[in-house]
Ligand binder design. Structure first.
Ligand SMILES: [Zn+2]
Ligand SMILES: [Zn+2]
Length: 272
């Protein structure tokens, strides 16, 4: 099952291809424009709101969940979308800015998507891998997620998971990420086995992530605290973790610059 490229594919599958990026950028522009206009006008154009509701529906959100997430009455969304057929009114041309901003702020996420919706697995695998890196045995995590061991290790390799799995993994992570496995009955041997397993696979530990980046497929684990800066690559070497893509890029830029400096120096020496 493949979603067409566009808003839903970008948000749910993490596709970062050009058409998906374009669709979301266009959409964000229209939304920001609508919100800015709304700050000065008692009413604003309903079309961006309607478009956003359709985008969310395309992601699998029902009108009821959108209404709950936005904190507005479902009937008001229906009026924006379809008008009030019983009164013979067409879809609303304009809406109050408060309604618009509330609806436009709703993003598809494991919080509001239906359980069986399939989404990209990055947030799930990153969280589970980070827990193993923190010394939580896979067997323990599998039990907590009501999975068999083999199902659990398969989940770690999946590109896509169901929303229900993503949600369960997230709440387990929220509970355990700063807890001590020993206090949950994990013995020393299982603890070090988990940590070694994660280290040998270079699974990024908890401190490489924050809530803003962990679900975003375009982000990388922050191994050094300075990734993407020249200092980052030295820290990579010290901790024995291969350069992450941003650090690789920073190293290349640095080398290019050194090369250019050397070259201009030798030109100066030759001419001087
Ligand atoms: Zn795409
Ligand atoms: Zn790095």
């Amino acid at each position: 099952m493949n979603r067409p490229h566009g808003y839903a594919r970008y948000k749910l599958d993490g596709c970062r291809c050009y058409p998906c990026g374009w669709a979301v950028a266009q959409y964000n522009d229209a939304r920001d424009h609508a919100i800015r206009r709304g700050q000065w006008h008692p009413y604003m154009d309903a079309e961006p709101v309607r478009q956003h509701i359709r985008n969310l529906q395309e992601c699998g959100l029902g009108l009821r969940s959108i209404a709950v997430a936005a904190g507005v009455d479902r009937k008001r969304l229906q009026a924006v979308l379809n008008g009030r057929p019983e009164r013979g009114t067409p879809p609303q041309a304009q809406v109050r800015p408060a309604l618009a901003t509330a609806v436009l702020a709703v993003e598809p996420s494991p919080d509001n998507l239906p359980d069986a919706t399939v989404i990209n697995a990055v947030g799930t695998t990153r969280r589970l891998q980070a827990l193993v890196a923190a010394g939580w045995p896979q067997h323990y995590l599998a039990i907590r997620l009501h999975m068999t061991d083999s199902n659990f290790s398969a989940t770690l390799r999946r590109d896509r998971v169901m929303v229900r799995t993503a949600r369960a993994a997230r709440s387990l992570y929220d509970e355990l990420w700063r807890a001590d496995p020993h206090e949950f009955g994990v013995d020393n041997q299982a603890y070090s086995r988990a940590r070694n397993h994660a280290a040998s696979r270079r699974w990024a530990p908890v401190n490489c992530w924050d809530e803003d980046t962990i679900d975003n497929p375009a982000t990388f684990p922050e191994w050094t605290g300075m990734c993407g800066r020249p200092e980052g690559s030295y820290i990579h070497e010290r901790i024995g973790v291969p350069l992450c893509p941003p650090c690789l890029e920073a190293r290349r830029a640095h080398n290019r610059q050194r090369y250019a400096e050397k070259k201009s120096l030798s030109v100066m020496e030759a001419t001087g």
